[in-house]
Design a protein around this ligand. Structure first.
Ligand code: NAD
Length: 476
């Protein structure tokens, strides 16, 4: 694809490609065709990046808060300006509708704007002591941060890795997904163009496990932050533990949606059907397990199926497209296996269930109902365009089912009963709970999970503090 942006490494401010390095193809998931290639960093490249990150940390941490705020705000403005082009490359590599790709990139700029302002709100505190004594709690940047981002939100996932780190005064090396490299690379470039030293923000690609093993083996890296599957998250957490590096893990989920008989069913349907198929279901907070109180089950089920059938699947560049292809052939295979297994376990297939055509990685929006808990899809995150609708016998059973899995990222509930809302807030095991809304993410709100969905938060003031360490200074 002639107009697809060229992809390079960005090490110590230098754009690197070629030079005998390995390259991997970038595919368009709407066609399956190769649209470009991504260079793999060599071991020497990674060592250079580590040395630069050490230098960059010294420079960036001693840049005044005012200056860092101004630079990051400028980077956010550049990202906003470049969002149409970044969004186009993102859709070409990942498949989501263009307006979502541009929207995600603008949201990344908003997050950076929040982080830039937050720099001035990292307060320490002075403890009460007798006259002549002083104890001060200060917050310092932890050191160089290595970030590994997944392909489902190629802009936002990368901003979540670099934004908090840069706001805290850390240098950062980020590895966007090799499958969707362009948007993350463009964000790093915008930071450099705005004045972040090239040593303080760098971008690398490679064989994921080789890059993370190399970077995490270095004592220079003091924090790792990862978005991806629970399996890889556990692996990286173990590597981090070898050197007691701190870690933020944003991992898988399998979000329950508790729909009670007292809910505004139409509002729940309109919001949650769209949410379930956004980005072809490849969203860590995707609503997947619908637990519907018996009295409204049939109405909810029929309304959900009707709305699902109205979803237009197509190329992300077509104006009428609601849902693009899945990002990779891997996703299609997972869908086929999970849906097949659910049917074998007696689930009802109410809509979809098949791959669309044989070009690209398109799959029908799919609705399964009355799926038994021993079917794999009731236990493993589907990460695809499928929703499970199950009738339930009341609040206690619904909360128990919501909490049954080891995951705890997002949870949703629809109820107009205020006392029940409080009970859900207390009892549902999740990092984010949305009641009567589909929104679980905002620049100023911490985003992260519990249990196997990981630990540590991104976004909000917690996203900055996650890259800082307290130092207590005792003076007599
Ligand atoms: P995966 O965990 O293998 O890959 C996810 C991302 O992690 C990719 O971008 C990959 O490049 C990177 N990665 C993989 N191994 C790595 C390593 N050793 N070091 C550093 N980075 C590494 O998963 P996948 O096959 O791409 O997607 C399947 C599953 O991953 C999904 O079912 C879902 O559970 C999970 N996932 C979660 C999120 C999220 O937002 N939390 C995003 C993408 C995928």
């Amino acid at each position: 694809m002639a107009d697809h942006p060229a992809c390079t490494l960005l090490i110590a401010g230098e754009a690197l490609t070629g030079g005998g390095r390995d390259h991997a193809d970038i595919l368009d998931p709407a066609t399956g065709e190769t649209i470009g290639s991504v260079p793999h960093a060599t071991a020497d490249d990674l060592d250079r990046a580590l040395e630069a990150a050490q230098r960059g940390f010294k420079t960036w941490r001693s840049t005044s808060a005012d200056q860092r705020t101004a630079i990051l705000l400028k980077a956010a403005a550049l990202i906003r300006e470049r969002a149409p082009a970044i969004g186009e490359a993102l859709t070409r590599e990942q498949g989501k509708p263009l307006k979502e790709a541009i929207g995600e990139t603008i949201y990344s700029a908003m997050l950076l704007e929040f982080y830039a302002q937050e720099i001035k709100r990292v307060y320490g505190r002075t403890l009460v002591r007798p006259a002549g004594q002083r104890v001060e709690v200060q917050y310092h940047p932890v050191g160089p941060v290595a970030g590994f981002a997944a392909w489902n939100f190629p802009s936002l996932n990368v901003m979540r890795k670099i934004g908090g780190a840069l706001a805290a005064g850390c240098s950062t090396i980020v590895k966007p997904s090799e499958e969707t490299p362009s948007a993350g690379l463009a964000l790093v470039q915008a930071c450099i163009d705005a004045g972040v030293p090239g040593d303080a923000v760098q971008c690398v690609f490679g064989v994921p496990d080789q890059v993370s093993t190399h970077l995490l083996a270095s004592p220079i890296i003091r924090k790792v932050t990862f978005t991806g599957s629970t399996a890889v998250g556990k692996h990286l957490a173990k590597l981090a533990a070898e050197d007691l590096k701190i870690a933020t893990m944003e991992l898988g989920g399998h979000a329950p949606v508790l729909v009670f008989a007292d809910a505004d069913v139409d509002a729940a349907l309109d919001t949650m059907t769209a949410n379930a198929f956004r980005n072809a279901g490849q969203v860590c907070v995707s609503p997947t397990r619908f637990l519907i109180e018996q009295p409204v089950y049939e109405r909810f089920r029929d309304g959900f199926v009707e709305r699902t059938r109205a979803i237009t699947v197509g190329n992300g560049f077509d104006k009428g497209t609601d849902m693009g292809p899945m990002a990779s052939a891997r996703g299609l295979e997972r869908m086929e296996s999970l849906i097949g297994d659910a049917k074998e376990h007696g689930a009802q297939l109410l809509s979809g269930g098949e791959r669309i055509g044989n070009q690209g990685f398109f799959h029908q929006p799919t609705v399964l109902a009355e799926v038994p808990t021993d079917a794999a899809i009731m236990n493993d995150e589907p990460f695809g365009p499928v929703a499970i609708l199950n009738p339930m016998a009341g609040e206690e059973a619904m909360i128990a089912e919501a909490n049954r899995l080891p995951y705890g990222l997002a949870a949703y509930a629809w109820t107009q009963n205020p006392a029940r809302r409080r009970r859900l807030a207390a009892e549902v095991e999740a990092g984010m709970l949305a009641i009567d809304t589909g929104g679980v993410s905002a620049a100023d709100a911490p985003f992260g999970g519990v249990k196997w969905s990981g630990y540590g938060s991104e976004d909000g003031r917690e996203g900055v503090l996650a890259c800082m360490v307290p130092k207590t200074v005792h003076e007599a």
